[in-house]
Write a protein that binds this ligand. Structure first.
Ligand SMILES: Cc1ncc(COP(=O)(O)O)c(C=O)c1O
Length: 470
């Protein structure tokens, strides 16, 4: 069953509360903006016909231009972002696949390093590109990525490749618009799904240096960056129009001469996948990727984009309209940030009241700015996430995600999340968020009171029934 198709307990008299689903609540979808934008686009023949026909490989030019200036305003990089750094995509997931198609070779590319716990729906995208035996988990620490672990392991991987004589791409031809990287590193550095953490600037810079040293492409899903608010429960200003940190792709542009430094090939070592899914609606399937001009051009040359142009051409014209009028930017600042911030504060207040006294811990609670869709909870030992999630469903008709689903398949030794849960504050009605946490607290309390019952509950969770809410 897909993650999104969760049903609750069939026997419960309580109404389902779903804190697993990572979708925007329908009240937060800006259908009024899209209504106007689509009408404007479709009633102007020049815009409508270009949107409804095959388009440029790099995507709708107006959207590229608008995205470039919007990102420049938000991230404030040392130099403005030109449209040549932007290619329009079918969203972050679709473009992850395109990046792998153009820039990797399943034999020559040694490993895909995945900061873990990780966005679980990316795993199959890596599998599809031939990497299912090459996925490696990189654990996080309090700064967001355990960089020493990565350095040590990537060096080992290089030594092995050299010993094996793995010196050139095997499956991919040499193409002027592309290159094949030796490694891929995948991360969600800001307001991560699922870990809720933000990678520090120091770690972002170290990561870029490691990538340059080992010829790695860092692919980041920067899909939550705009959804941010002050962490203080009493903050006066509830919307923030500038990013807290540069993205990894910004760091790669400014650090030590950027991609144009002496000896570099100009492709750079970072690609930022942006998406309109979380701020406009996932059904749009529209996003963008930013990288060096060479990288952005290279990904626009993916076979499926060369055949008819970038995906989501028509919806791109609608989104371009909302950005050009400034309405989408205002919607993010004036509606989404306050609304998600309020949901977050409701959930955190309930966590502080109900779960912290039971010994549940949260990561990085000293940040000034938080954001995203999710909160990561570490249970007090010896409670297991799988058991708690199963009992929450059976006893409380509450659905939460157990940490283990975010483990990198085949590499769980250094990044194992059996004591963790992820809860989402974006989907459920806001009124139900506190009740969801209260139900979770009841389960935890009852397990803690269940003297000597841990062995029994462990067995219960590893049975077949534990899987059916995926
Ligand atoms: C980290 C991350 N990447 C990608 C996506 C999906 O993005 P898109 O809808 O643009 O493919 C999500 C959605 O949950 C996500 O959390």
């Amino acid at each position: 069953m897909a993650f999104s198709e969760v049903v609750g307990s069939l026997n419960s008299t309580k109404k389902l509360i779903n804190l697993l689903r990572g979708w925007p609540n329908t009240s937060l979808l800006p259908n009024h903006l899209l209504d106007r934008a689509s009408h404007n686009a479709l009633s102007n023949k020049a815009v409508a016909f270009s949107g409804m026909l095959y388009g440029p490989d790099a995507g709708d030019t107006r959207l590229r231009k608008n995205v470039a200036s919007w990102l420049t305003n938000f991230y404030q990089p040392p130099k403005p972002i030109p449209l040549e750094r932007i290619t329009i995509t079918g969203g972050a997931s679709q473009n992850l696949a395109c990046l792998l198609q153009v820039f990797t070779d399943p034999v020559y590319t040694r490993n895909v390093w995945i900061v873990s716990p990780s966005y679980m729906l990316a795993f199959r995208i890596f599998d599809d590109s031939g990497f299912h035996r090459k996925l490696r988990a990189v654990p996080e620490d309090d700064e967001g990525i355990d960089i020493d672990f990565l350095k040590k392991e990537i060096r080992r991987s290089e030594d092995r490749a050299r010993a094996d004589g793995n010196n050139e791409p095997q499956m991919k031809p040499d193409r002027p618009w592309g290159k094949v990287y030796r490694h891929v590193i995948y991360a969600v550095p800001t307001f991560s799904n699922p870990s809720f953490k933000t990678m520090t600037l120091r770690r972002r810079e170290e990561l870029v240096r490691v990538a340059r040293e080992y010829d790695a492409l860092i692919i980041t899903d920067d899909v939550y960056d705009f959804l941010q608010w002050p962490s203080s429960l009493k903050a006066q200003t509830l919307s923030l129009d500038k990013a807290v940190l540069p993205r990894v792709v910004d760091v790669d542009r400014y650090l030590d001469g950027g991609a144009e430094r002496d000896g570099a090939d100009g492709f750079g070592n970072a690609a930022s996948n942006g998406s309109f899914s979380k701020i406009c609606g996932p059904g749009l399937r529209t996003g963008w990727v930013e990288g060096t001009e060479k990288l952005a051009y290279g990904v626009s040359q993916t076979g499926s984009s060369r055949s008819g142009g970038a995906p989501s051409q028509l919806t791109a014209t609608f989104v371009a309209e909302t950005l050009e009028s400034g309405e989408l930017q205002r919607y993010v600042l004036e509606t989404l940030q306050p609304a998600y911030g309020s949901r977050y504060r409701t959930m955190i207040a309930a966590i502080n009241k109900e779960l912290i006294p039971l010994g549940v811990r949260l990561p990085q609670m000293d940040r000034d700015v938080v954001g995203g869709y999710f909160i990561w909870l570490t249970l007090p030992p010896p409670l297991k996430g799988t058991v708690v999630a199963q009992r929450a469903k059976d006893e409380e008709n509450l659905v939460v995600a157990q940490g283990e689903i975010f483990e990198v398949p085949g590499d769980t030794e250094h990044a194992h999340f059996e004591n963790d849960l992820r809860v989402c504050f974006a989907w459920e009605q806001e009124e139900k968020l506190a009740e969801g946490i209260e139900r979770l607290a009841r389960v935890i309390r009852s397990m803690q009171n269940d003297k000597g019952g841990n062995d029994q509950t462990m067995q219960h969770a590893t049975g077949e029934g534990a899987k059916d809410f995926w």
